[in-house]
Design a protein around this ligand. Structure first.
Ligand code: NDP
Length: 318
């Protein structure tokens, strides 16, 4: 029995409610992360939604109610990750069963010109950020036999020209996911990767802006060789932002990876992704021509390249 200060008896103490299933999603302010946060909150999860601005936190709570617990989380900042881990650990009503590594940026542009600092940043967010989150939450997920979902891309299977830095970061995430699937699988933690083709989110327009800013300080003479390509990248980014899968389709796959009794190792999403995977498996000569054609660029056939090499060597006498 519990007695109040006034001496009245309240009956037997209720046992504490069992903790509810919880999930952490990085990059939940927009696009796929936002759609996934809403979907999982509606499915009954407590959703720890990583955002970087108070405004985004408020929008999420307004849309989805108290099951969304926004966290200020920058995946490139160790202190911010530590703080998020402590906040989640302090919630005795929540049992962390899932980590969704979704935060990402997309830097486009010719690898010859992109500043190395920007390329490093690309990796800091898309690759090291995801690994840092795995390192911070794997101990908890091992005890709960939880799951990890890494949001990769079909760009992690096929590198498009002028998206080389983005693709490299996603190839790295794919490799880490393959290793983690076995390393953490031994502890009952399932690791899945989600590989969509283009999705209708702000990613590409933001990426085009980022790329244009990154190229501002490049020597104009060197830049001139790529001027038309850069314009084409901006056009294609706008097209990708308007077409592509709805983010809710990706959210559904993420939910399957978290909840299904038979989660897949990979979720290839969209007809474009299946086509691009087929192209990735083709011989290089065909693959190069197809990836170049997709962005309206030219390639020289190996035969022609060979002939022009012989001609130029003949001219210089080598
Ligand atoms: P959005 O631009 O809508 O979302 C990206 C999210 O990542 C935003 O919430 C953004 O937060 C967050 N973010 C960026 N940098 C950081 C950081 N340092 N720390 C924490 N969060 C950060 O794009 P998408 O929804 O499309 O992208 C989500 C994932 O899906 C990415 O990994 C992307 O590569 C992948 N993907 C997207 C495809 C597409 O066509 N859109 C296709 C295939 C994969 P903020 O608002 O604060 O910047």
């Amino acid at each position: 029995m519990i007695a109040t200060k006034a001496g009245a008896e309240l009956g037997p103490a209720l046992p504490p409610a069992p903790p509810r299933a919880a999930v952490l999603i990085t990059g939940a302010s927009s696009g796929i992360g936002y759609a996934t946060a809403l979907r999982l909150a509606r499915s009954g999860f407590i959703v720890f939604a990583g955002v970087r601005r108070e405004f985004d936190a408020q929008t999420l709570v307004r849309e989805a109610g108290p099951d969304i617990a926004p966290l200020v989380l920058d995946v490139t900042d160790a202190v911010s990750i530590e703080h998020a881990a402590a906040t989640i650990a302090a919630r005795s009503d929540a049992k962390l069963l899932g980590l969704v590594n979704n935060a990402g940026i997309a830097l486009a542009g010719p690898l010859e010109l992109l500043p190395l600092d920007e390329l490093r940043r690309q990796f800091e967010v898309n690759f090291f950020g995801a690994v840092a989150l795995v390192q911070a939450f794997a101990p908890t997920l091992r005890t709960t036999r939880g799951r990890i979902v890494n949001v990769s891309s079909i760009g992690g299977k096929l590198a498009s020209p002028f998206l080389g830095g983005y693709a490299a970061s996603k190839f790295a995430l794919e490799a880490a996911s393959d290793a983690l699937r076995v390393e953490l699988g031994a502890f009952g933690v399932h690791v899945a990767v989600v590989e969509p083709s283009a999705v209708r989110t702000p990613l590409w327009e933001r990426g085009a802006g980022l790329s244009l800013r990154s190229l501002e300080d490049v020597d104009p003479v060197r830049r001139a060789a790529y001027d038309e390509t850069i314009r084409q990248i901006v056009r294609l980014s706008q097209r990708a932002a308007n077409r592509g899968l709805p983010p809710e389709r990706v959210a559904k796959a993420i939910e399957h990876a978290l909840l299904s009794p038979k989660p897949q190792a990979r979720y290839l999403l969209g007809a474009g992704a299946r086509l691009q995977l087929a192209i990735a498996r083709m011989p290089e000569a065909i693959r190069d021509r197809l990836t170049a054609a997709a962005i309206g660029a030219q390639t020289e056939s190996p035969k022609r390249r060979g002939r022009s090499l012989i001609r130029s060597r003949a001219r210089v006498g080598t």
